[in-house]
Design a protein around this ligand. Structure first.
Ligand SMILES: *[C@@H]1O[C@H](CO)[C@@H](O)[C@H](O)[C@H]1NC(C)=O
Ligand SMILES: *[C@@H]1O[C@H](CO)[C@@H](O)[C@H](O)[C@H]1NC(C)=O
Ligand SMILES: *[C@@H]1O[C@H](CO)[C@@H](O)[C@H](O)[C@H]1NC(C)=O
Ligand SMILES: *[C@@H]1O[C@H](CO)[C@@H](O)[C@H](O)[C@H]1NC(C)=O
Ligand SMILES: *[C@@H]1O[C@H](CO)[C@@H](O)[C@H](O)[C@H]1NC(C)=O
Length: 333
């Protein structure tokens, strides 16, 4: 940066002096390309790209966490509109400062950090982004399989972490619902209506012999119990790799991990009325009316397809990016 403080004196240099300075700059630029020369218009793309490429999870986590707590999501570039929608809803609860975006490709890493420095990190290797988007595909499975590893890493760094899918919208602040000092907090993905004051224990297994807990919203404290669940989740994913027939995602493995650790870990089921599945919220208007004002996070699941999800959010007044982009720390994407 030394050149910047001298740029004022360039005008008083002789023509040949300027030529010498410029050729020196070119030579330095060729041999030391990581040095950023403001003489050439101050475009520091090259250096900022390198900077974000080397930004580690530990650095990112310590930058965004507040009270040793952060909110993470994992997104690839096509999902930026959903990321923005989710961020607007979080900003309304004034919790956006502790959000960390785990970028699943370099385009997302650079775009988020250019608009909102420090809030995106890429944990290499970046998955093949052509294959990572289609629900049920092997690429999608590989992409979601990274989640428990990232979460475990954050726990090992000593932080509380909330994971969210980005096809969610916050209507209220979920942190007030994370009562007590349990290891793992989660929500049920079932459609059936539960009593208002249902148990916070892991529900009994369903038809397939396992529970239907959603891997979409999880809160973890950095305890040995929570780490044990993440390790078990990783193990279960390795034990049941993707197959064309099963078209699996990471949720069954998470449920088996809960099933197998239930005796040793303090698990906590969040109230359905606050965290309903998309199958309940979008399909039972009687229930929505009855429980009005008590919903906290809405999950746009039980539907597949990018456009269908957008339309449904739109129809329910939860697609915020068209009219409220200025409320997002990313602006309009
Ligand atoms: C590079 O810089 C230009 C102009 O300053 C900007 O428009 C562009 O978005 C930047 N690209 C990246 C990846 O930061
Ligand atoms: C952090 O914790 C303190 C004390 O418990 C609380 O007053 C404050 O609101 C918390 N900050 C955030 C960002 O949650
Ligand atoms: C998924 O991961 C497996 C195991 O690492 C690998 O063999 C396979 O090529 C990956 N598939 C895709 C589509 O990324
Ligand atoms: C775990 O799954 C097995 C098989 O479905 C079931 O019998 C058992 O009750 C489950 N345990 C817990 C704690 O849910
Ligand atoms: C819809 O919600 C109402 C009110 O809670 C409930 O009585 C009914 O059983 C629900 N319908 C279905 C199909 O689950």
């Amino acid at each position: 940066m030394r050149l910047r403080s001298h740029t004022g004196s360039i005008s008083v240099l002789s023509r040949s002096g300027l030529a010498i300075l410029l050729s020196l700059t070119v030579i330095l630029g060729v041999f030391f390309p990581w040095i950023n020369f403001p003489v050439f218009g101050g475009n520091n793309n090259e250096s900022s790209l390198t900077k974000w490429k080397e930004y580690t999870l530990a650095q990112a986590v310590s930058f965004v966490a507040k009270n040793q707590t952060l909110i993470v999501c994992a997104v690839s570039h096509p999902y930026l509109p959903f990321l923005n929608n989710w961020l607007i809803s979080i900003s309304r609860q004034k919790q956006q400062d502790r959000v960390l975006v785990i970028a699943e490709d370099y385009a997302t890493l650079y775009e988020v950090n250019q608009r909102w420095p420090g809030h995106a990190v890429l944990i290499p290797p970046a998955p093949d982004d052509q294959t990572a988007h289609k629900f049920g595909s092997e690429g999608f499975f590989n992409f979601t399989s990274r989640r428990p590893r990232h979460l475990l890493h954050i726990l090992e760094l000593g932080y509380n972490v909330m994971y969210n899918d980005v096809d969610m919208v916050w209507l209220a602040d979920p942190f007030q619902y994370l009562q007590g000092q349990h290891d793992v907090y989660f929500t049920d993905d079932m459609i059936a209506v539960k009593p208002l004051k249902h148990s916070s224990d892991l529900p009994p297994p369903g038809k397939k012999g396992r529970t239907y807990i959603c891997s979409c919203m999880i809160f973890l404290r950095p305890t040995s119990g929570a780490k044990q669940v993440m390790k078990k989740w990783i193990e279960e994913l390795q034990g049941q790799p993707w197959s064309r027939k099963a078209k699996s995602n990471d949720q069954p493995a998470f449920n088996w991990a809960l099933n197998k650790t239930a005796g040793q870990v303090d698990l906590y089921l969040l109230p359905q009325v606050a965290f309903p599945s998309g199958g309940l919220y979008f399909k039972n208007q009687t229930w929505v009316q009855e429980t009005k004002g008590q919903h906290v996070i809405i999950h746009n699941n039980y539907i597949t397809g990018f456009d269908k999800k957008i339309k449904r959010f739109h129809d329910f007044g939860l697609w915020l990016v068209d009219d409220h982009a200025q409320e997002s720390p990313l602006g309009r994407v």
